[in-house]
Design a protein around this ligand. Structure first.
Ligand SMILES: Cc1ncc(COP(=O)(O)O)c(C=O)c1O
Length: 387
């Protein structure tokens, strides 16, 4: 008899994520090694930053070792202090809130919208106090938040808006790129993202003073970047800082992916559309919700998800998929109910949509290198498991 302990799981035939390879990475790495300048802020890094400035239409783009580091850089630039509050969705990754908590400030969580799972602009206003300094938005699944009302509210109350655009490279809102909609933004190039370098990120902003200060904070609080440009004759410690520079190797790998990133986004969108066309019926049948993309948004196919009516249903579907070698995953344990969220943050209002998504959301495998047969197999398994 097979006990649960010695039961052998079937092999994973279709993994949830396979980090992208474009084929150009090894050559880019070879060239970087040949140049023998492997610390941060070298040729490949500058190339990647120039690409990102152009693609996003922003004045400053500084590569960082992770999206998390880019968020921490943003929190430093926003000069968050102990006692300050930052309104953000509860339905996000820990890094969004950690950046605030590390400055001694308090994340104030609000619910997300039922359709996009992005922060509900109408719920921000009731969460504001005289201590609120900033709003952090998260473009979940690469679907941009409804930014115009959020920016209008921020302007009225003198608040900084930080976009957690970790998942949103090449997404657009009313024709404008995600990451260029608020005051500052952070993107992730973690291997689970559409475009990656294993671990990596970028901080972006338009404002000159923040751009200049970011360069210093990223270089351990020194004006070394200005020294290398020949603007000063020696460099020194001028500000607080950390080591927020990625190695040239990561930048070279990233550069090889960025140059094909629009094409990769299109490939992902085709697969996402295939899921939506084939699984849309589940929503009509009332057994699962499928993603909804507002008219104002052009998403980047970062995630295809289904929302099941309960945690039990999700576990059952995940297990049924897994038995046939298809790996799915859940997404997020809401921060307001996580141990650290309760310790460091507080929340305002009902969390109905956040809690429902945390219990029922299931992400399907998606990657630009996926074969159409694999997508068809996932669709077949999911249809049978959900019905
Ligand atoms: C919404 C969100 N914010 C922040 C991060 C952190 O990015 P990184 O893993 O590059 O530190 C992620 C990564 O998964 C994310 O999805």
């Amino acid at each position: 008899m097979t006990s649960p302990e010695n039961a052998v799981s079937p092999p994973i035939l279709i993994p949830f994520v396979e980090p992208l390879r474009t084929g150009g990475e090894l050559e880019a790495l070879r060239e970087a090694v040949g140049r023998r300048r492997l610390s941060g802020d070298n040729l490949a890094a500058r190339g990647a930053e120039a690409y990102l400035r152009g693609a996003l239409g922003v004045a400053h783009a500084l590569l960082t070792p992770s999206g998390t580091a880019a968020l921490e850089l943003a929190a430093l630039l926003a000069e968050l202090q102990p006692g300050d509050e930052v309104v953000m969705p509860s339905f996000t990754f820990s890094s969004t809130a950690n950046a605030v908590v590390l400055r001694g400030a308090t994340p104030v969580f609000v619910d997300v919208r039922a359709d996009t799972l992005n922060i509900d602009a109408d719920l921000i206003r009731p969460a504001l106090t005289e201590r609120t300094r900033a709003i952090m938005v998260v473009h979940y699944a690469g679907v941009p938040c409804d930014m115009d009302p959020i920016m209008a509210l921020a302007k009225t109350h003198g608040l900084i808006v930080i976009e957690d655009a970790a998942q949103a490279l090449h997404a657009r809102y009313r024709g404008r790129p995600a990451g260029a909609l608020g005051d500052m933004a952070a993107f992730s190039f973690h291997e689970t993202k559409n475009i990656h370098c294993g671990e990596g990120g970028v901080f972006v902003c338009d404002q000159q003073t923040w751009g200049e200060r970011a360069e210093i904070i990223r270089e351990k609080g020194t004006n070394r970047a200005a020294f290398f440009r020949g603007e000063i004759d020696k460099y020194t410690w001028v500000d607080v800082g950390s080591s927020f520079l990625p190695s040239e190797l990561n930048a070279a790998f990233l550069g090889a992916q960025l140059e094909r990133s629009l094409e990769i986004t299109r490939l992902r969108l085709d697969l996402w559309d295939e899921y939506q066309a084939s699984l849309g019926g589940l929503q009509e049948a009332g057994v699962a919700l499928t993603p909804q993309i507002p008219q104002d948004c052009a998403h980047n196919a970062h995630i295809y998800h289904l929302r099941l009516p309960s945690a039990e249903r999700r576990t059952a579907v995940l297990q049924a998929m897994r038995r046939e070698g298809v790996q799915g995953v859940s997404h997020y344990v809401p921060l307001h109910s996580a141990p650290a969220g309760r310790r460091y943050g507080r929340w305002v209002g009902e969390m109905t949509n956040t809690d429902r998504a945390g219990e029922g959301l299931l992400r399907l495998p998606l990657g630009s290198e996926m074969k159409t047969e694999a997508v068809a197999q996932v669709i077949d398994v999911v249809r049978r498991a959900v019905a």
